[in-house]
Design a protein. Structure first.
Length: 93
């Protein structure tokens, strides 16, 4: 499963409408959080990948930074990353 192969790091996946989201490993060893973060920076829409060294999502375009829950730590991003509900169903889908 994704939780076993992610190495505890956020994983980039495609949402139902093709938009990019990060699946997030559960806290304290849980399999998966019940939400995902939209991977697009709220400034201009660049993908903001996870930076393991700073433990933040960092936009390479203009330097916006977000914490592990998608809150803005450094602008110019005007708002937090969007959330999407995540649930597991039988069959690992």
């Amino acid at each position: 499963s994704w939780a076993q192969t992610s190495g505890g790091l956020p994983g980039l996946v495609q949402g139902l409408r093709g938009e990019p989201f990060f699946l997030l490993p559960g806290k304290d060893g849980g399999a998966l959080r019940n939400y995902a973060l939209k991977a697009e920076c709220t400034h201009l829409g660049c993908i903001a990948p996870w930076d393991q060294s700073t433990k933040r999502f960092v936009c390479p375009c203009h330097g916006s930074q977000y914490d592990e829950e998608g809150r803005v730590l450094r602008g110019p991003a005007p708002t937090a990353l969007a959330l999407a509900h995540v649930s597991l169903i039988a069959g690992d889908k």
